[in-house]
Design a protein around this ligand. Structure first.
Ligand SMILES: [Zn+2]
Ligand SMILES: [Zn+2]
Length: 310
């Protein structure tokens, strides 16, 4: 049973399904919303399949910490990867990147220049190792800047945002492997910040848990989940409730977009009691892209700083 294994139980703080067929089954429950191209859904399907294929190859990344060490770091307010690097095998990273780039060029032939990234000396051997080490401290914005500074956007003939998108997505399986293995040890209940207790990235989605209404955030990169106060912005820590609001639409029952007027960011939230079942937030994220348009139109930006494909 998918939901018990991956979403429900105590101490399970990892948001993706355990296996690809389980994720696919969940994915098939979603009706493509108006305006969402079938080809885009096929791309996501390929992307997720690549993630799972490589997560298997990376293997249950041996957790880097014992439970006592995890608790000690969290108590000291350090996210676990603070000052250290997620183990990423260079050649395997290039392999993942190549596959994602290929899937993306099937979706949109105009992105086929991304193949050139793999020929750049910048993304080979020692240079690649240097990039991977630096990427540990990158958020969306820094990744875009790094790509632009190295002229990877010019080399690929696409926008730096898209280069950043594929570079990050190719890191996905490595972070997810680690996320799954650490979440099997800890539910991160000692963590009280709005950024990820494992990798320090920002939440990409949130949910209100049905049994107790607790607000659960999910890291967009490693997909671990942790609890966070409902009336606080995870991006700027603002607690002034007059500056926090949300909106929803008829088309997406059970989904809210939380807005912070201090930092002008938004966070999409699934209210599982209203939806009537447990959900996989990564899937919620891609099938509610209309809510992103609406939030952006009102002048808010996604807190994690990465744009969804559309
Ligand atoms: Zn994370
Ligand atoms: Zn804020």
């Amino acid at each position: 049973m998918l939901l018990q294994q991956s979403l429900g139980g105590m101490g399970v703080a990892f948001g993706l399904a355990v296996t690809w067929p389980e994720l696919k089954r969940e994915m098939d429950r979603y009706q493509p919303v108006a305006g969402m191209e079938e080809s885009l859904i096929r791309f996501y399907e390929q992307l997720f399949q690549i993630w799972y294929e490589f997560r298997e190859r990376i293997g249950g990344a041996t957790a880097l910490w014992k439970l006592e060490e995890i608790n000690e770091l969290l108590r000291q307010d350090h996210f676990l990867l603070h000052g250290r690097q997620v183990p990423v095998d260079g050649p395997l990273y290039r392999h993942v990147l190549g596959k994602i780039v290929e899937a993306l060029s099937c979706l949109d032939p105009e992105t086929s220049g991304l193949q050139k990234l793999l020929e750049l000396p910048d993304l080979q051997e020692l240079n690649l190792a240097e990039f991977l080490a630096k990427s540990t401290s990158f958020d969306g914005e820094k990744m875009v800047k790094y790509a632009r500074d190295h002229k990877w956007d010019e080399a690929a003939g696409v926008e730096a945002e898209l280069v950043a998108y594929v570079l990050f997505q190719a890191l996905g399986p490595f972070y997810q492997s680690l996320g799954a293995s650490v979440a099997a040890l800890s539910d991160f209940s000692l963590w009280q910040h709005g950024f990820c207790p494992l990798c320090g990235q920002k939440p990409g989605m949130a949910m209100l848990r049905s049994d107790d209404g607790a607000r659960i955030l999910e890291c967009w990169l490693c997909h671990v989940q942790w609890q966070f106060p409902r009336l606080q912005c995870p991006f700027c820590a603002n607690k002034d409730f007059t500056k926090l609001q949300f909106f929803y639409t008829e088309e997406h029952p059970g989904r809210r977009v939380q807005l912070c007027d201090c930092c002008k960011s938004y966070l999409k939230t699934a209210v599982t009691r209203e939806i009537g079942r447990e959900v996989i937030l990564e899937l919620e994220n891609i099938f509610t892209v209309q809510l992103d348009y609406l939030a952006r139109r009102e002048g808010y930006l996604p807190g994690e700083g990465l744009t969804l494909l559309s």
